[in-house]
Ligand binder design. Structure first.
Ligand code: SF4
Length: 363
């Protein structure tokens, strides 16, 4: 069913941040603009100064993201430069503000998980060493998100459905530090149910409304630890010449994904652990695996020389230092995600509900 209601009633741009107080609005808009500018600098560098752009994007921005998702994913979602672009039409009153059906949301959520698993291995084949290709990837995501932002209400457009980073946010952000203000939605239109931003201790298995959400929850919660582990056992290939080379970068991540997915499903079936607890264990494992391999490679101690290197610290740090760092990071994530009690905090504070004034798309 397509029903059309009038979007203009809310006076979108003027109400841009009614959920925040005046001073906070200016602070958040300033921070969003600064992070957006940084994003533009990185994007431009990827095209015109690829070595710098690749360093900034893959070896600084991306390695920080998982930690931020664990501790304060709401902060990331408030300032993500891609989100700022995608949500700009909504802030400015240019969006048609259709409400997406929950079935379409579920399908797009599953597509987001599959996109994540499809795109990330290609880093080894292409993106890690090709600035313009990475810029093209980012640009494609921006165009897709913007097109959806022009049609759909708030974060149902992209941030909580098709964005391929979102499944990881849901897995890692299950026990955040605190709920912070929502710096995008001025009032809640109930555009996503359940809203991942506003649900305490969100995890990817919670919305189990239909087969699509159940499958995406299983794939990300059970599969991500093995996928991460497998991904770090593939070297970067410079210059892929045939399809076989491209397919080879999928072998280890997909094998790892299948192993931990089978383990996750098996443990659930055998009822050896309660589902939320098991998901937290797999969440801690995935992010710990990431930093277990990523910290040494950033410092030049990785198993594949030069891959993912930020600085070569081998002449400065003792050989045992990377091991000490990864043990510390693993202990931190075990404490944060497993030992700390779930604190019933959501990523951001849900703004006041508004009466619907948007178009509906229940197809
Ligand atoms: S807070 Fe409300 S309007 Fe904003 S994304 Fe969540 S459900 Fe949608």
């Amino acid at each position: 069913m397509h029903g059309v209601r009038h979007a203009g009633a809310l006076g979108d741009a003027a109400r841009g941040a009614a959920g925040l107080t005046g001073g906070n609005v200016r602070v958040w808009r300033t921070v969003q603009a600064l992070v957006w500018l940084i994003g533009c600098v990185i994007f431009t560098s990827l095209i015109f100064f690829p070595s710098l752009g690749l360093l900034l994007f893959w070896n600084i921005l991306i390695p920080v993201a998982p930690l931020l998702m664990v501790v304060a994913v709401g902060l990331w979602r408030n300032v993500c430069p891609l989100a700022s672009v995608v949500l700009l039409p909504r802030h400015m009153g240019w969006s048609r503000r259709r409400i997406m059906s929950s079935r379409t949301q579920a399908k797009l959520g599953l597509a987001g998980v599959l996109l994540l698993y499809l795109i990330v291995p290609v880093r080894h084949a292409l993106f890690n060493n090709d600035g313009p290709a990475t810029a093209l990837l980012v640009g494609t995501l921006v165009v897709a998100g913007l097109a959806m932002g022009l049609r759909y209400e708030w974060k149902s457009a992209w941030c909580s459905t098709l964005c391929p980073v979102h499944p990881v946010e849901k897995l890692y952000g299950n026990n955040v530090f605190d709920a912070i203000p929502n710096a995008h939605c001025d009032s809640c239109m109930n555009c996503v149910v359940p809203c991942p931003d506003s649900t305490p201790n969100m995890n990817p298995r919670r919305p189990s409304k239909n087969a699509y959400t159940r499958l995406s929850g299983l794939l990300i919660a059970g599969g991500l630890p093995g996928f991460v582990w497998g991904w770090f056992h593939v070297p970067d290939h410079r210059g892929i010449s045939e399809l076989g080379d491209l397919l080879r970068v999928y072998e280890m991540p997909v094998a790892g994904l299948l192993v931990t997915l089978a383990l996750y499903v098996g443990l659930l079936q055998l009822k050896l652990a309660r589902e939320p607890w098991l998901t937290r264990i797999f969440s801690a494992a995935a992010v710990s695996f990431y930093y277990w391999f990523r910290i040494p490679s950033l410092l030049g101690f990785g198993q594949f020389a030069g891959d993912g290197q930020l600085v070569d610290a081998r002449g400065v740090l003792p050989a045992w230092a990377p091991l000490a760092m990864v043990i510390a990071s693993t202990a931190f994530f075990a404490y944060w995600l497993l030992i700390r009690k779930p604190n019933e905090k959501s990523w951001v504070v849900r703004p006041a509900y508004a009466g619907r004034a948007a178009s509906e798309d229940r197809s």
